[in-house]
Design a protein around this ligand. Structure first.
Ligand code: AMP
Ligand code: ZN
Length: 135
């Protein structure tokens, strides 16, 4: 499979691997947005979170939890991000959780700064969305 993250897992291409568990692996992002930008990924190739088994998911987020305590030692705050699908900004089609140490002097903002303001939805639109999304 021509997946750059699968090649990191199989050691076909180099990476600064920080921690490996049975189902997950963590390494430094090669193009860091901040000092200490880390990725945590499942070892099995899955494009989206919902493609993973519950066990893979719980192992992934267990390693995320472990790595956050390391990441938080850099600035004290860590942004977690998952681009879950191409239109969500996913460039590598293998699930990965970004851990980006944040500080109040960096160039990023809150999630709302990614968009041109919040939407004004009508009551019926809210009701439709509620019906679509509730479980
Ligand atoms: P995304 O845009 O969410 O798909 O993020 C993909 C991430 O993978 C980016 O932050 C890249 O900097 C990172 N990346 C791409 N190639 C490599 C590589 N060979 N080793 C480590 N990180 C990489
Ligand atoms: Zn892969």
């Amino acid at each position: 499979m021509n997946c750059i993250f699968c090649k990191i897992i199989s050691r076909e291409i180099p990476a600064k691997i920080l921690k490996e568990t049975t189902n997950s692996i963590s390494f430094l992002d090669a193009f860091p947005l901040a000092k200490g930008h880390v990725l945590v990924i499942p070892k099995n190739h899955r494009q989206k979170i919902q493609d993973m088994t519950e066990k893979e998911n719980s192992d992934l987020f267990s390693l995320v939890r472990t790595m956050i305590s390391k990441s938080d030692s850099i600035t004290g705050s860590t942004l977690l991000a998952v681009h879950n699908g191409i239109d969500a900004g996913q460039e590598v089609p293998h699930v990965h959780v970004h851990l980006v140490p944040r500080s109040n002097s960096d160039s990023a903002g809150a999630i709302h700064s990614m968009f041109n303001g919040s939407l004004k939805l009508s009551d019926s639109e809210i009701e439709d969305l509620y019906e679509k999304l509730k479980i």
